[in-house]
Design a protein around this ligand. Structure first.
Ligand code: ZN
Length: 460
């Protein structure tokens, strides 16, 4: 499942973008009684995504899946870049003009430099009579209409010596589309989901290439995570004659929200298992970066400092010894939170990404801050939202430890989708958290829909 997604996103989709860069709006023209190549491309991609959103073990159903079975807003969100809440499953309709402009502008720089050899017209400004300039003017006009950001005049773009890359030209188009996707969500909880999915590093797991065990995801969990990110009904929950009931007595919603907010449903330590997955991913990352790091567990490491500040023993999750200086340790307490709690919604999690993570960070600081100060250490809250957005402290801690450098291409687990250290380490943490969340929802489905005993499933 993970490999299928990676191949579709990074190999298949890019072929058509190359074609767009060369041909541009010609590909928007209808082909007799058939749709245009752009429209056909996008419809095939929607069908492909529909297959990825269907349980991998239901072979026939998966093979027959088409976009018709899903709401259109799923695909409009899916088309967005991961940092805006999507899964970057190519939408030629959105990038047609920016791809063509970027490529043509880059070619013109070359044409100008070698004009005499290539027998180019002397006037390569906006007024040039070459038919290609008609296409350029058309593409520029459409980009202006489709983009919320201001697009420079064509004459400016043509006179610049460094042509803008496609990514820059298309930014305004994506921003506009993201605003539309947010506006079309049916309720506040779904807006929260889209907003959280666009949070800091929330899409990092989608770039994880399975080059090592730590970056490899189970098909079922990957599929569930894709559904939850895009607000697709989980078929196991949605297709029952009556909604499945949780042990708390409440009905499960069809989107996998309930297990994260239900305290009673926290069976077999479901929350703890999810929490510990993130904790161990973070410990692995910190060990790679700074040596001596361990889980605290039940050890009472604050002693009298905790008694003096909060009046009871405190246990942070992780200690990184001698982080700042000899004797000055870093303490981390990890949490996975959901953006749809009543408190997070009140604080604006449907409008501002990372709101739930910030709230939880604040709580962690008020719990541990004074005690850690007293022992001369430093404290960081390692918070992640269930769709993958990490809190500011987690991001600062990892970035601070690994720096802004690129990875060495000679590393065994180097992958093109994580050229920088920060992305590489974030992929480990975010993939672990998002998959652990999916595993938790899967376990709830097993227990409440299929009546399987969770303890027995875990024991193997
Ligand atoms: Zn419940």
């Amino acid at each position: 499942m993970q490999s299928a997604y990676i191949i579709v996103r990074y190999c298949l989709a890019l072929r058509f973008v190359h074609l767009l860069r060369g041909c541009g709006q010609v590909l928007r023209v209808r082909d007799d009684d058939r749709d245009s190549p752009v429209a056909r491309h996008d419809s095939v991609f929607r069908d492909t995504l529909a297959a990825l959103l269907t349980r991998a073990d239901l072979y026939e159903r998966r093979a027959a899946a088409t976009a018709q079975g899903f709401h259109g807003r799923v695909f409009r969100q899916a088309a967005l870049p991961p940092k805006l809440g999507g899964v970057a499953l190519a939408c030629a309709d959105a990038v047609c003009e920016s791809a063509f402009l970027a490529c043509t502008l880059a070619c013109l720089v070359y044409l100008r430099a070698h004009g005499r050899l290539l027998r180019a017209p002397v006037d390569l400004s906006e007024r040039c009579a070459l038919p290609m300039f008609d296409a350029l003017r058309l593409a520029h006009a459409r980009l202006r209409t489709d983009s919320v950001a201001s697009v420079q005049d064509l004459s400016h773009l043509l006179s610049g010596s460094t042509p803008p890359p496609q990514r820059v030209l298309s930014e305004g188009v994506w921003d506009k589309r993201q605003a539309l996707v947010r506006a079309e969500q049916p309720d506040r909880r779904e807006r929260t989901r889209v907003c959280s999915a666009a949070g800091q590093h929330a899409g990092a797991w989608l770039g994880a290439v399975p080059v090592s065990d730590r970056l490899r995801a189970l098909p079922r969990l990957y599929q569930l995570a894709l559904c939850m990110r895009l607000g697709v009904e989980i078929s196991d929950l949605a297709e029952l004659p009556r909604p499945a009931l949780c042990v708390c007595g409440a009905a499960h919603d069809a989107f996998g929200w309930h297990p994260s907010v239900c305290r009673k449903g926290n069976r077999e330590n479901a929350w703890t298992v999810r929490h510990d997955t993130v904790q161990w991913a973070l410990i692995w990352v910190l060990r790679r970066l700074r040596g001596n790091v361990s889980a605290v567990g039940k050890r009472d490491m604050f002693g009298s400092a905790a008694m003096a500040t909060v009046g009871r023993a405190l246990h942070a999750d992780i200690v990184a010894y001698h982080w700042r200086a000899p004797g000055r340790h870093l303490w981390v307490d990890v949490a996975v939170t959901t953006p749809d709690t009543a408190e997070a919604l009140r604080a604006g999690s449907a409008e501002v990404s990372g709101t739930a993570a910030r709230l939880r960070e604040r709580k962690k600081h008020s719990k541990y801050g004074a005690t850690v100060d007293r022992v001369g250490g430093c404290f960081r809250a390692g918070v992640m939202e269930r769709f993958g957005a990490v809190g500011d402290a987690m991001q600062a801690m990892v970035r601070g430890a690994c720096g802004d450098l690129d990875r060495d291409r000679g590393e065994e687990d180097w992958a093109f989708s994580a050229p920088s250290q920060v992305t590489y380490y974030m992929q480990h943490i975010v993939l672990a958290g998002v998959m652990a969340d999916a595993a938790m929802v899967d376990a709830a489905i097993e227990a409440d829909v299929y009546r399987r005993d969770l303890g027995a499933v875990r024991a193997g």
